[in-house]
Design a protein around this ligand. Structure first.
Ligand SMILES: CC(C)(COP(=O)(O)OP(=O)(O)OC[C@H]1O[C@@H](n2cnc3c(N)ncnc32)[C@H](O)[C@@H]1OP(=O)(O)O)[C@@H](O)C(=O)NCCC(=O)NCCSC(=O)c1cc(O)c2ccccc2c1O
Length: 137
């Protein structure tokens, strides 16, 4: 099962012609990633400020397939493809209605904010992520 959430494309997310501006997409993606963790009861605020963990992205592969415009509602479907020792592979498919607008394959790595090295996913986070685990078909 994918984690799903919808977000409207606002005026400030678009260029002067009303077409989505791609850095705004990445900013929305961060909000979506944060919401996915919150959905299983682990907030980024807790991870960062109490457990002293970072969640940097190390790789991204993005494809933009169709333009989206001001006022469109973007439907995000986040598929957890793999939970490694410290890595997390996500594939997110973003649609407007029946049309796929953009897709991203992303790797996040859990790190310690003490030494900025990788650290294993805690068991509760691993269990939460596994709710959305769908290995690549
Ligand atoms: C992230 C690093 C510290 C990893 O280096 P390290 O040497 O500690 O990693 P390991 O060799 O132990 O590997 C662990 C694990 O990760 C996989 N991996 C590591 N690097 C890569 C890579 N380049 N490509 C693919 N995979 C990689 C490796 O295969 C292992 O997988 P396992 O499955 O075996 O676990 C170091 O690479 C680093 O510091 N990179 C820079 C990251 C960065 O600057 N990103 C961009 C901006 S930061 C950012 O986006 C961000 C940071 C935060 O702290 C956030 C915190 C909270 C929310 C959001 C944040 C955020 O968006």
């Amino acid at each position: 099962m994918a984690f799903t959430i919808s977000k409207p494309l606002r005026f400030g997310d678009c260029d002067l012609t009303g077409i989505a501006y791609h850095p705004a997409y990445l900013s929305m993606l961060v909000d979506v990633n944060e919401a996915m963790f919150a959905s299983f009861g682990v907030t980024w605020k807790e991870l960062m400020f109490e457990r002293k963990m970072g969640l940097p992205t190390v790789t991204m592969h993005i494809e933009f397939k169709r333009p989206a415009t001001y006022g469109d509602v973007l439907d995000f479907a986040v598929h957890v493809r793999k939970v490694g020792g410290a890595s997390l592979d996500l594939e997110t498919i973003v649609s407007v209605g029946e049309h796929v607008i953009w897709t991203i394959q992303q790797r996040i790595v859990a790190t310690s904010l003490t030494d900025h090295k990788s650290t294993r996913w805690p068991d509760d986070v691993r269990a939460g992520l596994s709710r959305y685990l769908e290995p690549t078909p």
